[in-house]
Design a protein around this ligand. Structure first.
Ligand code: GLA
Length: 409
């Protein structure tokens, strides 16, 4: 009897698909760091990575919460005789483990990049057929983060491919963050919660506030506003452990200061990953001030983990609300238009309930909040329970006004 029971347990185990659990608690709040891609594309090297790691620490960005140094596409050399991938020996003469050791010595973490298909988007070796071996190699090097792309994947099932690499990372034994980069084609927010820690919701961003860059090959890159628009409708799918990713930041890469501020603010309002894309070794004071706005970063990193709500539009202005811990809210007024705009603010117009995600209500009719301006860093009085215009706000073209609202005691 005992034998039969045991046998059937063993048989049941054999018959069960071996599905590992993804590494937990790597993404309780959206990931923060830097990536090579937006600024350097394939022009990367050990020196660049070390220099960026140094700058991350010296600039204060590490203390502000940015942790990952991510090497995107084009780090690859060949596979060795046993099939193990090696770093490009010219770009990384001391190998990838030496890079990981250096990054770790600075108190930072290292990210790397691969692709579920036969080749990466820049036609470097992909992981198809080498998933467990690649995961093992990354773990041996001391990698902490994997961005897993989706080029060259005809006839591959996305859910299966991402589950496979997730299982492989688990089996390799080192906690590695899995950043899925499938551009939202197969709606990963519907199926990837247990597989990855974030998933791209959009095509690639480029350094533009609101224009599409269309390529002859039939694909496009998105400006900041297109990324926001795509990501906006997906807030119900994000939360602690699994985030919508509208792509990496372009702050400091050539937009105006207003546009950079709006871009950064909206990524924080949407609880997006904050992966910097500029040259940290060489950034202006204005860029640094945007990236280091600790109160704004705290909006992104709030442990409640709710993606902000695009509540309404008035005269082209967008009004966004993000519920935070301790009954607080962040509010952002975004001006995507080409003109500066003023708005007469009556708090009673914003009595809203986030029925979709947090179930929280602003209740401006019964609760008074102190108003802290997240960009001037000044207190600006309180909200009023009265039904009347309380202030006029002016939002410059392609800019934001953002407030932290804290219940008044
Ligand atoms: C894809 C990704 C980008 C970047 C490039 C690298 O386009 O979406 O983020 O990783 O590949 O080739």
């Amino acid at each position: 009897m005992k034998f039969v029971a045991l046998t059937s347990v063993v048989l049941a185990m054999v018959a069960m698909p071996m599905k590992a659990q993804k590494w937990e608690h790597l993404a309780d709040t959206p990931q923060m760091g830097w990536s090579t891609w937006n600024k350097f594309q394939g022009n990367i090297s050990e020196d660049v990575i070390k220099g960026i790691a140094d700058a991350m620490v010296e600039s204060g960005l590490k203390d502000a919460g940015y942790t990952y140094i991510n090497i995107d596409d084009c780090w690859h050399g060949q596979r060795d005789a046993d099939g193990f991938i090696q770093a490009d020996p010219v770009k990384f003469p001391n190998g990838m483990k030496a890079v990981a050791d250096y990054v770790h010595s600075k108190g930072l973490k290292l990210g790397i990049y691969s692709d579920a298909g036969t080749g990466t988007c820049a036609n470097m070796p992909g992981s198809l057929g080498h998933e467990y071996q690649d995961a093992l190699q990354y773990a041996r090097w001391g990698v902490d983060y994997l961005k897993y792309d989706w080029c060259n994947t005809p006839n591959i099932n996305p859910q299966g491919a991402y589950q496979l690499i997730s299982d492989a990372l688990r089996a390799a034994g080192r906690p590695i963050f899995l950043s899925m980069c499938e551009w939202g084609n197969s709606r990963p927010w519907k199926w990837a919660r247990e597989i990855g820690h974030s998933w791209r919701t959009t095509p690639d961003i480029w350094c533009s506030f609101d224009s599409l860059r269309v390529f002859d090959a039939g694909y496009s890159q998105f400006g900041v506003m297109q990324c926001i628009q795509f990501n906006d409708s997906l807030r119900q799918y994000a939360g602690p452990g699994y985030w919508n990713d509208p792509d990496m930041l372009e702050v400091g890469n050539g937009m105006t200061e207003s546009e950079d501020r709006a871009h950064f603010t909206m990524w924080c309002m949407m609880a997006s990953p904050l992966i910097l894309g500029n040259d940290l070794r060489n950034m202006s004071e204005a860029t640094r001030n945007i990236l280091m706005n600790k109160e704004m970063i705290a909006v992104d990193q709030d442990p409640l983990g709710v993606q902000g709500l695009h509540y309404c539009d008035h005269d082209g202005l967008q009004f966004w609300f993000k519920p935070l811990t301790d009954g607080r809210w962040a509010m952002a007024v975004l001006n995507p238009t080409r003109q500066d705009a003023s708005y007469e603010l009556n708090w009673q117009d914003f009595n809203l309930t986030d029925t979709e995600v947090s179930k929280r209500s602003t209740q401006f009719d019964t609760t008074v909040y102190s108003v802290f301006n997240l960009w001037t860093h000044r207190q600006e009085g309180k909200t009023q329970k009265k039904n009347k215009v309380e202030r006029t706000i002016t939002v410059k073209s392609h800019d934001v006004v953002a407030y932290l609202l804290t219940p008044w005691k």
